[in-house]
Design a protein around this ligand. Sequence first.
Ligand code: SF4
Length: 279
Amino acid sequence: MKVLLADERGFCFGVERAVDMVEDALGEGETVRTLGPLIHNNEEMGRLEESGVTTISEPVQIKRGETAVIRAHGVTPGVQNDLESRASKVVDATCPFVTRVQKLTARAANEGRNVVIVGNPDHPEMVGVKGYAPDHAFIVNSAEELASLPKLQNPLVVSQTTIKAKTFFDTAEAVKEIAEGDTEVINTICSATRDRQDSARSLSAHVDAFYVIGGEHSSNSRKLLAVCKENCRKSFLIQTEADINAADLEGVETVGVTAGASTPNWLIDNVVAKLESLG
Ligand code: SF4
């Protein structure tokens, strides 16, 4: 049995960078505490916990002598200041793509303009970005939600890094129609999710079975599974190599493998090794 890997798979740039920063802090002998789970993958979280990393849910839980980690989603300036006043050190692992959205939002607000951020208002990334312009920014999930906003003045339109391009551009067009003054549109969508989907889609057309490695609750992993199923009926979402059912591989000559953006390389290697041993 031949095992083929999708070209784009596993950790995205921002998650890999955050994990590296945590490991560097551990290497310095620091007591490392992350505000919220660093990534949505139980196995990788388990590995980090074994290395001594703990998760806190509020800045108030951090103590002097400890290192606080801001994860890739970022936080509001208020939360960052709170962590800085309590911890001995703050490791800011905000993904640079998210930092860009925060800076653009703050700049527009400083110029007295409104900001429309297209995204999910409950997502931690959006909560953090809104904190850079609490009185000027509005988060909307779709063009329809614009109807509930006050009159927009010279707005800037940006996006959550992981939303669909169509939702962003449709909403931006609708903002142009209702806003007063000039509307500036800056696409801040990160290509990591789309690249993984495109790569899985093209590989799934050439294999007899497909394994997507990722958490059951990871939305990007479930979306990858749906994409693979378009071309390959025998597509499965697994968390580890233990979830592979040998019976599913009967008659299979070529198997594809991909992984969600929170899946570490060591888990991918374990799955490939198990498939090769079965083959
Ligand atoms: S998905 Fe994109 S924006 Fe989000 S952490 Fe990964 S690289 Fe950064």
